[in-house]
Write a protein that binds this ligand. Structure first.
Ligand code: ZN
Length: 290
């Protein structure tokens, strides 16, 4: 027990610190020639704009969208965490269920022999500092902390070896689920598709090896989920390749890669944190939707 308390204290310290600018950026990944960048969306009173986060609380505005060949330009600003917005605007959000064996078991499911894909609508996205709203239609809404993959270059029928070269970067996602409705329905559309059920952010980390990252979920400072992406049944490159054989993945699309064990309920007033090694932490409030 004492080691878990120590772990919680360490997490509380680290999740707070991760929102500060100027921290050392993520580990270098496989694409060592690519620039290491944190790309975020800030609203500084001019609407939503893409920025690269720099050291010392500074950010550099993009000229054009990073999904249309845009790059950081000359305009530099100071930024503050309350200005962060959801960093993606995907044409689709493609998710996978039961991609961690221990999580499949905790819900009484078999591990599938092929990935269980489903779509969730872009209208479910919310960003840092926003709230998940618990709909009156569900009596049991749960958190699922997951690694999000943001596509940078169109991908159609790509091989697992080539798949990650189509990725712009990685972000934190909570695949919020109305568990009672999921058990009732054949498809996951209603259970996963409510407005605000896809918190994503706080930014896109461009240079990261996704193969073995720690994923944690905390609710009110309590550690609920802890796993490693190495435990995925279908690893990121394989998932992306398999998905791209079903539908063309467009720049900006968000792939959500499944959750480790420890899913549990969310209640009005909860403070939800999804923290992923090398990315940072996404902090979201939970509120009743009257
Ligand atoms: Zn999920």
């Amino acid at each position: 027990m004492s080691s878990l308390s120590g772990e919680k204290a360490r997490l509380r310290a680290s999740t707070g610190a991760n929102l500060e600018a100027g921290k050392p950026f993520g580990k270098r990944g496989a694409r060592d020639n690519a620039p290491e960048m944190r790309i975020c969306v800030l609203d500084q009173g001019r609407g939503r704009e893409f920025f690269r986060l720099d050291d010392e609380g500074q950010a550099t505005a993009f000229e054009g969208s990073p999904f249309e060949g845009g790059a950081p330009g000359a305009r530099r600003v100071r930024w503050a965490p309350p200005e962060l917005r959801v960093p993606v605007a995907p044409s689709k959000i493609l998710c996978v269920g039961r991609n961690y064996a221990a999580h499949a078991r905790e819900l009484g499911n078999e591990v599938p022999s092929e990935p269980l894909f489903f779509l969730t609508p872009p209208s479910s996205l919310v960003g840092p500092g926003e709230a998940v709203r618990l709909p009156p239609a569900s009596a049991r809404v749960e958190h699922e902390a997951e690694l999000g993959i943001v596509i940078g270059r169109r991908a159609r029928r790509v091989s697992p070896e080539d798949a990650l070269s189509h990725v712009l970067g990685y972000t934190c996602v909570c695949d919020v689920t109305a568990r009672d409705l999921q058990r009732k329905d054949v498809q996951f559309t209603r259970a996963k598709g409510f407005d605000t059920f896809c918190p994503t952010g706080p930014w896109i980390e461009t240079e990261l090896d996704p193969s073995d990252l720690e994923i944690r979920c905390l609710v009110n400072g309590e550690l609920r989920q802890k796993g490693r992406t190495a435990q995925m049944v279908f690893p990121a490159a394989r998932l992306l390749s398999l998905m791209s054989h079903v539908m063309t993945l467009e720049p900006g699309d968000l792939l959500v890669t499944g959750t480790p064990e420890g899913v549990g309920p969310l209640s009005h007033g909860d403070a939800l944190v999804v923290a992923i090694e090398g990315i940072g932490s996404l902090q979201i409030r939970v509120e009743r939707d009257p």
